[in-house]
Design a protein around this ligand. Sequence first.
Ligand SMILES: [Zn+2]
Length: 61
Amino acid sequence: MSKAHRGRPLRQEMPMGGRGQCPVCKATGIKVHYEYTVGEVTVKVCKPCRAALNRGTKSVA
Ligand SMILES: [Zn+2]
């Protein structure tokens, strides 16, 4: 297991340097590395939103 959400690989391998807009909290310029699968759709969300989704306190809009 490598640090998939940290450091150089983010900037090199992800578009926008791993930053973008979270579809859940609508924040821009944040790291959205976390894939959350809803049914057949996988969305990329930010870290706090992934945690919230896993807890069930938020849902993907
Ligand atoms: Zn978010």
